[in-house]
Design a protein around this ligand. Structure first.
Ligand code: AMP
Length: 289
């Protein structure tokens, strides 16, 4: 695995890969490090095809609000490198903040409507930071495919809109959420949780599973599903609900029913840690959608 910190060198190496062989494609997996099995599932998905694989580790200051956890965000660089090396990653891009945002940088990429929903409503400016850094990574690497996790469903919606609107010549591949055995969605932020908080955090996935079961049993109206979703989340000890929504997976607009598919998404504070989770409901009657 080649470690790269400079944008110029990364561009050169990616270009060389693209020119090497006609049928060889380049995959990109952007991350903020503190890697876990969720991240590795994206790398493994990329490696299933004959892609060469580039990963990035960059804790992007642009997507953190002034009172968020930028300075204490977990950084486990040595372990991350060892994991990526084991997974057969070809290039690891780890630029500094100064390399990505030299003095005078002033251009943003904004997806204003979708970017203001779900986490975008709770974390103003967050998705503008995400869209900007991902645009830069796409320009630097010029991947054929870029892999993202369904765990960050709103991020996926925003990046898909961005790729469509700005005609990026690449495919976004979305991979399923990886969970611990007890259902907790893996997240770099899980390491902030105490043992007690970790137990409490299970209410997120449990509430989502209840909704999933109700849909499977024939409940398609959003309102009773929403009540079910809130039942435990609003009253659970040590949990402060940020949002719970049933929305269109592409536009993130609220839905009245889940017949044509839906994203059921929650965010909650467990102690001082903000966690998110979601499930995708697949369309029931594809013929009417
Ligand atoms: P992050 O390092 O949190 O920015 O995440 C980097 C990528 O890994 C994003 O595309 C995330 O959606 C994805 N990811 C994070 N957690 C999981 C998970 N539990 N399962 C699948 N993908 C994940």
């Amino acid at each position: 695995m080649r470690l790269v910190t400079s944008i110029d060198e990364m561009r050169r190496l990616c270009k060389a890969i693209r020119c090497e062989a006609e049928h060889q494609t380049l995959a990109l997996i952007p991350t903020m490090g503190a890697l876990h099995e969720g991240h590795l599932s994206l790398i493994r998905a990329a490696r299933k095809s004959p892609d060469r694989v580039a990963a990035s580790i960059f804790v992007n200051p642009l997507q953190f609000g002034p009172n968020e956890d930028l300075s204490k965000y977990p950084r486990t660089f040595e372990e991350d490198c060892a994991m990526l090396e084991r997974e057969g990653v070809d290039l690891l891009f780890t630029p500094t903040v100064e390399e990505m945002y030299p003095a005078g940088t002033q251009t943003w990429v904004d997806v204003p409507e979708i970017g203001g929903r779900l986490d975008g409503a709770s974390r103003p400016g967050h998705f503008r930071g995400v869209a900007t850094v991902v645009t830069k990574l796409f320009h630097i690497v010029q991947p054929d495919r870029a892999f993202f996790g369904q765990k960050d469903a709103a991020q996926v919606a925003i990046l898909q809109a961005m790729v469509r609107d700005l005609n990026f010549d690449l495919e976004i591949v979305v991979c399923p959420t990886i969970r611990d055995e007890d259902g907790l969605a893996l997240s770099s932020r899980n390491r902030y949780l105490t043992a007690e908080e970790r137990k409490r955090a299970l209410v997120l996935s449990r509430s989502l599973r209840k909704v999933e079961r109700a849909v499977a049993e024939g409940q398609h109206a959003a309102s009773p599903l929403y009540d079910l979703l809130l039942q435990e989340l609003q009253t659970a000890d040590g949990i402060r609900l940020d949002y719970a929504e049933i929305v269109d997976p592409q536009t993130l607009e609220p839905l009245n029913d889940v017949i044509c598919g839906a994203l059921v998404a929650v965010a909650a504070w467990v102690g001082t840690t903000r966690l998110i989770d979601n499930i995708l409901i697949t369309p029931r009657k594809a013929s009417v959608c």
